[in-house]
Design a binder for this molecule. Structure first.
Ligand code: NDP
Length: 280
């Protein structure tokens, strides 16, 4: 008999509203793995101790969410390609004695999007320029997006993201200041909300867009997972657009995390069903 369970988990602050534990437990169960995933609230001043503790206890890996995605880097031995390019880490993987930081947020988003449309050769309008938008933009560019329009309220963050994309990827990019309702220009194939607008408890929050500029051929995606059906996606559905929700992004980045830790690819539909049962 072996009574020692491999441990994984999540460090975030706040942590109580993060449903990741439910989908990862479902993945372990589906894979027949007797592994633990512990959802922990870790404040910024305690991050170093938490990481040292995980290392001391032989954890297999862990997730980091807000506000640790950048701060955790100084405690790691190396970064994977995506994490290096994005400058943030959400998945930490133990490889022998080394601790490697990966970023699965953007790749998770691209996997979710691929179910409806490939970003290759497409023109994309991206609302937001924070951490999630940066991860999504970098991975869309690496997946072959032709042009990325970054629409953001603060010019500094928007400009920084565009400069970053031009320097590190071959996608053309352009910053548009978001100081009036955004009207989707002709030629845009995919519109993405990567801001925090609409996230619980701001459930009526709607990014300021000119809904009359949405056409049926546009694919509309939202990074918000709670609630999965945001007012932004509702408006797009009403127009007849195909949509991709933030729950699928959450699931797909979780699939990559479980695969990094265990070496096995879990069934995304089982993970999604576990989250849907929560009725977020
Ligand atoms: P940040 O705080 O880094 O960025 C927030 C972004 O939203 C900024 O671009 C900010 O603009 C913009 N913003 C916020 N409020 C407004 C507003 N009222 N009007 C216009 N713009 C606004 O957050 P993150 O990028 O880390 O996270 C964004 C969202 O992505 C979160 O809600 C998170 O839940 C979601 N997410 C989802 C994941 C998933 O798996 N589904 C994974 C990771 C994140 P400005 O620069 O002007 O402040």
């Amino acid at each position: 008999m072996n009574f020692l369970k491999p441990i994984t988990g999540s460090f975030a602050c706040p942590a109580a509203e993060n449903p990741t534990v439910v989908m990862i437990e479902a993945a372990y169960k589906q894979l027949g793995l007797d592994w633990l995933y512990v959802n922990l609230e870790v404040s910024p001043y305690a991050l170093a101790d938490a990481v040292h503790g995980a290392k001391a206890m032989g954890w297999r890996g862990f997730n980091c969410s807000i506000p640790h995605k950048v701060a955790v880097i100084s405690h790691l031995d190396e970064l994977g390609k995506s994490a290096r390019l994005i400058g943030a880490v959400n998945t930490i993987v133990r490889q022998g004695d080394r601790w490697v930081g990966e970023n699965t947020d953007g790749r998770g988003f691209v996997s979710a999007l691929q179910k409806v449309i490939s970003p290759k050769g497409k023109t994309i309008a991206l609302l937001g320029a924070g951490g999630a938008a940066r991860a999504v933009a970098v991975e869309l560019a690496l997946a072959g997006a032709k042009r990325i329009l970054v629409i953001n309220r603060s010019a500094s963050r928007g400009g920084e993201l565009v400069t970053h994309l031009s320097k590190h990827t071959s996608a053309a990019s352009e910053f548009i200041l978001w100081d009036k309702p955004f009207s989707v220009p002709e030629g845009v194939d995919i519109l993405i909300n990567a801001t925090s607008i609409g996230l619980y408890p701001d459930v009526d929050g709607m990014p300021e867009i000119d809904v009359s500029s949405l056409s049926t051929s546009l694919v509309v995606a939202d990074g918000i997972h709670n609630p999965p059906l945001t007012p932004f996606l509702k408006s797009a559905k009403q127009v007849g657009c195909q949509t991709v929700d933030g729950l699928e992004m959450l699931v797909q980045q979780g699939v990559l995390g479980v695969e990094y830790w265990t070496g096995f690819r879990p069934d995304a539909s089982v993970m999604r069903a576990a989250l849907e049962n929560l009725h977020l």
